[in-house]
Design a protein around this ligand. Structure first.
Ligand SMILES: Cc1cc2nc3c(=O)[nH]c(=O)nc-3n(C[C@H](O)[C@H](O)[C@H](O)COP(=O)(O)OP(=O)(O)OC[C@H]3O[C@@H](n4cnc5c(N)ncnc54)[C@H](O)[C@@H]3O)c2cc1C
Length: 317
């Protein structure tokens, strides 16, 4: 979301932007997953379950998506909750439609030459680019930043994320009870995903483990985790129905910390950073951070962290 939001504004202002994402399709932590079951195809939002829009600019973007039919309100979660329709990834997909995105492109290294930025990407290279934006979770951004701007890398290292194991269960018939379960034992949140607006398909539940349980079982297999979270869900919902299928996904960097900044931009090296972790662990924060960075790049007036650091070390500050 942060990278897409940044690119959208830069493109609107006439810049050429190329995005590289290691995922199979755009979405990151707003991804959705399809599972074939004997009862049909189940669809899960296995990252963000819903989002809210408090900032007026973000609320305008959400209203545009609403008019395009890619979001809807989901009052079962809370009165001000929104979800993507027919799945959470509808929003990043819609944004990516008008952008130049290369999916399945794992960036393994970055290098700055006399002609600009180059990426070691998949089996090849890309570049030169006259500016580079890193829109990754803090832990994944830090090693790339470390080579070019220690101050930015230090900020990223200081903002650790909270992990989350997520189980996805399907059932042949509806599980009785409310569509959302909060805080029951090792379950921090569970939601009937087929009851979200615009969804169809068989009974499909997404179950998030607590941070404590996730940390204690971080290196377990998905099979083990799916079994444990299924058992906890059956107990919490009071059902004796067994799931048709159960899989699990580990988000190592699920919920970000807060760096207390909007975005980072170094005008000397033309290196920028955006992502939820600059502002807070929410979809809205990721969007805002991306837009802030785009404005910094466009204005070129932003103070440069690396410039300041270099000035300090040479006694010029
Ligand atoms: C389980 C869970 C529940 C959540 N619940 C909510 C919620 O209820 N409400 C809410 O507002 N938010 C929620 N969030 C948080 C929300 O999803 C994030 O804040 C937001 O999506 C972060 O967007 P981002 O662009 O900053 O990062 P990401 O979505 O993580 O995007 C980073 C992108 O970088 C790509 N990438 C990583 N490394 C590389 C590399 N080396 N090369 C190329 N590409 C790379 C990834 O594929 C990804 O697409 C939840 C998240 C999780 C995981």
């Amino acid at each position: 979301m942060a990278g897409l939001a940044c690119a959208e504004l830069l493109v609107e202002q006439g810049h050429e932007v190329q995005l590289f994402d290691k995922g199979r399709s755009p979405g990151g932590r707003m991804s959705s997953r399809r599972m074939e079951t004997p009862a049909g195809i189940a669809i899960f939002d296995h990252g963000a379950q819903y989002f809210t829009a408090r900032d007026p600019d973000f609320a305008s973007a959400v209203n545009r998506w609403n008019a395009q039919g890619v979001v809807a309100r989901w009052p079962d979660a809370r009165n001000d909750a929104w979800v993507g329709v027919p799945a959470m990834n509808a929003i990043p997909r819609q944004m990516a439609r008008s952008l130049n995105v290369t999916s399945g492109a794992h960036v393994r290294g970055i290098a700055r030459g006399a002609d600009g930025w180059h990426l070691a990407c998949g089996d090849g290279n890309a570049g030169p680019f006259d500016a580079l934006v890193i829109a990754l979770p803090a832990e994944q951004a830090a090693p790339l930043l470390g080579l070019y701007c220690l101050d930015m890398a230090r900020i990223a290292v200081g903002v650790p994320s909270t992990p989350c194991w997520v189980a996805m269960l399907t059932f042949a018939e509806p599980v009785a009870g409310p569509p959302v379960i909060h805080g029951q034992g090792i379950i921090v949140w569970a939601a009937r995903n087929n009851a979200k607006p615009g969804r169809a398909g068989p009974e499909a539940w997404t179950i998030h483990a607590t941070p404590e349980w996730t940390r204690a079982h971080l290196e377990e297999t998905p099979q083990f985790v799916a079994g444990e979270l299924s058992g906890a869900f059956l107990a919490a919902s009071g059902t004796d129905r067994q799931p048709l299928a159960a899989i699990a996904h580990r988000w190592r960097f699920a919920l970000s910390g807060r760096a207390g900044r909007d975005a980072l931009w170094d005008s000397t090296s033309r290196l920028g950073v955006c992502g939820d972790w600059l502002i807070g662990p929410r979809v809205e924060a990721a969007w805002l951070s991306g837009r802030h960075l785009a404005r910094m790049i466009l204005s070129e007036n932003a103070s440069s962290l690396c410039d300041q650091a270099m000035a300090r070390s040479s006694g010029m500050a």
